[in-house]
Unconditional design. Structure first.
Length: 170
């Protein structure tokens, strides 16, 4: 979905990564959790922090800062896990994403959202749905389904045997 497809007011959860404010549609967010113990899984990509036990389900947790080629998330008292639902191969996958802090839920009108900047052909901005403007500040609206490439999500998804091994570790 592009910014052109946004024709009505939508709600977005805003969160910080470093000094930047990002947002994702509230409809994609399952819940926000306080930082909890993350069980590391060996031989996974750097952005993969590990898994958590969410009411008996194994949920992979990624470091969103590393996915966006920023520095690794440092745990603070405000660090949290934003649990989102993403689409991969037309199938819903639940993923936890580390954020430095969660700000608030905001409403943005279509006229408050501009297309993502196009900066040449070598810089990827396809994961940015648009740039929202709030109080003279830009908010990068993430297309959470595109933040992770199909290859990245394939690495996060675990085969059934991997799930039980990860679950056993909890």
């Amino acid at each position: 979905m592009s910014v052109i497809d946004i024709t009505e007011t939508r709600q977005y959860l805003t969160f910080k990564l470093g000094n930047e404010v990002f947002a994702t549609e509230v409809a994609k967010v399952r819940e926000v959790l306080d930082f909890t113990t993350i069980t590391e899984i060996p031989r996974t990509p750097d952005f993969m922090s590990g898994v958590i036990n969410l009411r008996g389900s194994v949920v992979p947790v990624v470091d969103l800062r590393l996915c966006l080629e920023m520095s690794k998330t440092e745990k603070t008292r405000n660090t949290c896990i934003v649990v989102v639902e993403v689409l991969m191969d037309n199938e819903s996958t639940v993923i936890g994403a580390l954020a430095d802090s969660v700000e608030e839920v905001i409403d943005l009108e279509p006229d408050q959202i501009q297309p993502a900047p196009r900066i040449g052909t070598h810089i990827r901005t396809d994961f940015i749905k648009g740039m929202g403007k709030r109080d003279n500040q830009f908010v990068m609206i993430l297309d959470i389904d595109r933040v992770f490439s199909a290859e990245d999500l394939a690495a996060v998804r675990q085969p059934e045997s991997g799930k039980s091994a990860a679950a056993a570790a909890m």
